[in-house]
Design a protein around this ligand. Structure first.
Ligand code: PLP
Length: 390
């Protein structure tokens, strides 16, 4: 066996730090420790490193480096846009359009705004998880101040037509935010071509460190946001607090690698995903793909295994790490909001697994995992059939 156990197949939850990223970060914990706001050599060194990271991140989405802001993660970026816009534009309108298939970071933030009196339209998706541009057109009102739609779904991998949604928003003069935490670095995003005004993303999904995130704010729109955190005026006053330099340097390097290796990573994760899916389909008859077959994240496989509880499967395959639905919803124990939104019953939603393939997975790992999945599912089916005949 030329791989180590356990095998990590949960790359939608988080990714391991790429060794090249770790190496780039190390000097910033020791000799290059200056505060980037300091006006002396130590500060100039880290300030330059932060500047480079901004550029590396901007390059990945065709933004300008001055349009990139650092936060603690995508959750904070999303909250900053929702609350910041709501506060600043409340005299113009109180209506926000979003969807039922957002990640909790977005959905829960909007529920808080709803409690504060904002009117939120949560659009329903179709059976593959898509939100259609026509739904946005129908939902727009004179008092709409923001549209916030996820770029690619974290559970079922469905990629929305962000470009068309952006076009609709621009044509109607409405600000457009997209949560691109799963899409960033995995699929092509061009904030200009796609008419995106604000984009949220995170380092730990692209082989960078945890606790560092980013936000794209289109030039000129900064004054439409009230900050969430006040203090020393860092990040042009949009997000105060001393910058997490090692995290930012690592994030920048991770983005640069994603940019350089884009095709390679895309083809690699997609081919592993397709191989695993094919292996399972050829041996089992109770496997159904959730989400869309074509417009889905290259490394995401979400499967309904009819009649087999995800929790039983997870506990019977101990040396492979994968997830039941989304990590966040498995914490609450409730059937996933996303799986329910695409029309699954509570019973079926509990029988879904999410497998996330990543840069460091290998064909050997996938073939081993396929065997283990087939063996465990077959055994659980036999056990279930036996129990039903007793
Ligand atoms: N949005 C999506 C689509 C996600 O998948 C996640 C994390 O799983 C988040 C937001 C939250 O990101 P972070 O962990 O950086 O706060």
């Amino acid at each position: 066996m030329n791989f180590k156990l356990p095998i990590y197949l949960d790359n939608n939850a988080t990714t391991p730090v790429d060794p090249r990223v770790l190496e780039s970060m190390l000097p910033y914990f020791s000799e290059k420790f200056g505060n980037p706001s300091s006006k002396h050599t130590f500060g100039y060194v880290t300030n330059a490193a932060v500047d480079l990271a901004r550029e590396q991140i901007a390059n990945l989405i065709n933004a300008n480096k001055n349009e990139i802001y650092f936060t603690s993660g995508a959750t904070e970026s999303i909250n900053l846009i929702h609350f910041g816009i709501a506060d600043k534009l409340s005299s113009i309108g109180n209506h926000i359009i979003s969807s039922y298939v957002e990640h909790s970071a977005s959905y829960e933030s909007l529920l808080q705004l709803q409690k504060k009196g904002f009117d939120i339209t949560f659009l329903k998706c179709d059976s593959k998880g898509f939100i259609h541009p026509e739904q946005i057109i129908e939902a727009i009102r004179p008092e709409t101040i923001l549209v916030s739609i996820i770029a690619a779904n974290n559970e079922i991998g469905t990629i929305n037509n962000i470009s068309e949604i952006g076009k609709v928003c621009r044509a109607n003069n409405i600000l457009f935010h997209s949560d691109a935490t799963q899409a960033f670095g995995k699929i092509k995003i061009d904030v200009n071509e796609m008419n995106i005004d604000f984009l949220s993303f995170s380092s730990h999904k692209i082989y960078g460190p945890k606790g560092i995130g980013g936000l794209f704010i289109r030039k000129g729109l900064e004054q439409k946001i009230t900050p969430l955190i006040f203090g020393g005026g860092q990040e042009k006053g949009i997000r105060a607090g001393t910058l997490n330099v090692p995290g930012i340097v690592g994030f920048g390097k991770a983005a640069e690698i994603c940019h350089c290796d884009f095709e390679k990573d895309f083809n690699h994760t997609k081919s592993l995903r397709d191989r695993l899916y094919k292996n399972l389909l050829s041996a089992l008859d109770n496997v159904i793909l959730n989400g869309d077959k074509e417009n889905r994240l290259p490394g995401n496989l979400n499967l309904l295994i009819k009649g087999i509880k995800a929790d039983s499967l997870i506990s019977s395959i101990r040396n492979i790490a994968f997830s039941s639905g989304a990590t966040c919803s498995s914490e609450t124990g409730k059937p996933s909001r996303i799986l329910k939104a695409i029309g699954l019953s509570d019973e079926d939603a509990k029988c879904c697994i999410r497998i996330g393939l990543g840069r460091f997975n290998t064909i050997e790992e996938i073939d081993y995992a396929s065997e283990k999945f087939i063996e465990a599912i077959t055994n659980l089916k036999l056990k279930r059939n036996l129990q039903s005949t007793i």
